[in-house]
Design a protein around this ligand. Structure first.
Ligand SMILES: O=C(O)CCC(=O)C(=O)O
Length: 433
């Protein structure tokens, strides 16, 4: 039975007098499912209906047109990506095609050349199919920017929640005292809440300002996803394979701050929207007790999951969301594709990831390797899995490179093996002649 996530009405999100702490805690806190939805966002339903059908149109472009949209140098973080990323277990991601772009800007001329060189995943200009599918660019930018702007407001509420928790636990005071003792820049800054400003991960107090960090960032990334129709049992092709728990997108955390998601749209072979053909297919989340729960995102809502960066930055007061997508069973979904849109809100590459100070005596910190996700895990600690890839003082760019390396290095290894096998076959063939 699918579970409906905690809902935050948009009017409440924009109302500075509303207190959303209880909803943030219910969604992202120690016992939260790790997902909230925002309802009633003006223009969202129409922009979703405009963009999602274009996903199938993009996937149907001729292969050479899609190949022209590939960019290996950015690890396929701009343009078309199909079968390039390795999922859990090293399996290549051939069951879906993705299109990546930064919805908020096309170019990075204002960035230092050294940053552009070091972080090509983030600072490579967008690639658009302007000839073949001119409608895509404006549709993706309009929906992407809307989802980003709602994400900023939610990030502000997460900041307020974390700050309130820090103050309540005494951690903020402990951090401010320690910083004052060390002569550090403990002066509060506007919008940073009680105790100071850590929006750049500086050496101030224990407080964070997620909204400010995200508003300054040039690193947001939108991903249009087209899950190919599942192939019939025993069949080949790009589908999900056989009946059963076939995952379309293996278990993972997103490594950014917040991920905004639309409800998926299912399209038949003629491009007509149809109801979800298999109620057991779709997005699943592992809750904090270790149970796997299907998350039902209503079509008019924007869903938000928590990424590792914000979980780490909150010192475990907010938790990252482990999730995967289960394929529709082939006999229920012949010729039906799943199309959806994710926007990863991420801090800038030079953002220093540093949990709040002063938490040590309050039980926050990182659990050992055995402490992942189960009922026995302390609810207020990050699990080793949530924090994997991170080391104290790391920038977001270095952290993201460490995480993404695990996806693409495996894919590169497999590509090299395929190359070797092709060369071997050519040799065998030549010797036989
Ligand atoms: O397809 C979905 O609903 C989620 C996609 C996802 O998890 C991702 O792109 O990281």
């Amino acid at each position: 039975m699918a579970q409906r996530p905690v809902e935050i009405p948009f009017e409440a999100l924009v109302d500075p007098r509303s207190d959303l702490a209880a909803l943030i805690q219910e969604g992202f806190g120690p016992d939260g499912l790790g997902i909230v939805t925002v309802s009633g966002v003006p223009d969202f339903p129409a922009l979703r209906e405009r963009l999602l059908p274009l996903t199938a149109a993009l996937a149907a472009l001729p292969d050479d047109a899609k190949a022209a949209l590939e960019d290996a140098a950015s690890n396929y973080n701009v343009g078309w990506s199909h079968g390039k990323e390795a999922l859990v277990g090293g399996r290549l991601d051939t069951l879906k095609g993705s299109f990546y772009a930064n919805p908020t800007r096309d170019t990075y001329d204002d960035r230092a050349a050294s940053d552009v060189e070091q972080y090509r995943d983030y600072y490579t200009p967008n690639l658009w199919p302007r000839e073949q599918l001119p409608e895509l660019e404006p549709a993706l930018k309009a929906l992407g920017c809307l989802m980003v702007s709602v994400g900023y407001l939610l990030a502000d509420r997460c900041t307020a929640y974390v700050n309130a928790q820090l103050v309540a636990s005494g951690a903020a005071a402990a951090a401010a005292a320690a910083a004052a003792g060390a002569g550090a820049d403990a002066a509060p800054s506007p919008g940073a809440g009680a105790g100071g400003d850590q929006r750049r991960g500086g050496a101030g107090s224990g407080c964070v300002d997620f909204g400010a960090a995200l508003r300054e960032s040039a690193c947001h990334r939108a991903r249009l996803l087209h899950y190919f129709p599942p192939a019939p049992a025993g069949g080949g092709g790009g589908g999900g394979g056989c009946d059963g728990d076939v995952d379309w997108c293996g278990w993972h955390y997103d490594h950014g701050a917040l991920t905004a998601l639309t409800c998926a749209m299912y399209l038949d072979a003629s491009g007509r929207a149809v109801p979800n053909p298999d109620p057991s297919g779709g997005l699943y989340i592992k809750d904090r007790a270790g149970r796997t729960v299907q998350a039902a995102i209503p079509p008019g809502h924007i869903a938000f999951q928590m990424g590792q960066a914000m979980a780490i930055q909150s010192g475990g007061l907010l938790h990252a969301t482990p999730h995967y997508v289960r394929a529709a069973r082939p006999h229920l979904a012949p010729s039906i594709s799943r199309n959806t849109f994710a926007v990863f809100l991420q801090p800038d590459t030079n953002f220093e990831m540093r949990p709040p100070r002063g938490l040590g005596s309050h039980g926050l910190g990182i659990l050992g390797a055995g402490g992942g996700g189960g009922a026995a895990a302390s609810p207020s600690k990050l699990t080793a899995a949530e924090a994997s890839g991170w080391r104290p003082g790391m920038s977001f760019g270095a952290f993201a490179a460490a995480v993404m390396g695990t996806y693409y290095d495996a894919a590169r290894r497999q590509e090299r093996e395929r190359e070797r096998e092709r060369a071997r076959q050519v040799l065998v063939h030549a010797e036989a002649e």
